[in-house]
Ligand binder design. Structure first.
Ligand code: ZN
Length: 148
């Protein structure tokens, strides 16, 4: 079964972790492996379970190509928080049963935990915050997301 790894790299200042907020989805761009039709901004919620048509199994997401009707199931195999170091890290492994490929991803919403334990939430890629309690900058810059 094809497996895809979502990877993230960022230049962080006083950041301990970056992670998806529970019950918020990853936003994925797919391309159909059969007819190359793109399907963008598809929400994948790891907590979701839905039945697979004509099967007893369940999946996070059923996705069908609108052009060639190729059907796919998409499942999250594992997730890890990004640790605040400037290097690419695998943060989510996804398995696809079918021919779709993941070409891009982003968080709908994510959480940053600073080295002092303060929590910030963001929808934007780059975060520039000031933690008044600990009198320090909390920054996430130069964000690069890729799919391996
Ligand atoms: Zn297709």
């Amino acid at each position: 079964m094809p497996k895809f790894n979502l990877t993230l790299s960022a230049a962080c200042e006083n950041v301990q972790f970056i992670k998806r907020i529970k019950e918020t989805p990853y936003i994925l761009d797919f391309v159909c492996g059969k007819c190359s039709e793109p399907q963008n901004d598809v929400e994948l919620l790891p907590e979701n379970k839905e039945p697979v048509p004509n099967s007893r199994g369940t999946t996070c997401l059923n996705i069908k190509c609108k052009v060639c009707n190729s059907t796919n199931t998409v499942d999250v195999v594992s997730e890890t928080a990004f640790k605040g170091e400037e290097q690419a890290q695998k943060i989510c492994a996804i398995e696809i049963r079918g021919s779709h490929k993941i070409v891009a991803w982003k968080y709908a919403m994510f959480e940053i935990e600073s080295t002092n334990g303060s929590i910030f939430q963001s929808e934007e890629d780059e975060v520039v915050e000031y933690d008044e309690k600990h009198e320090e900058n909390v920054n996430v810059l130069e964000v690069v997301r890729s799919v391996e």
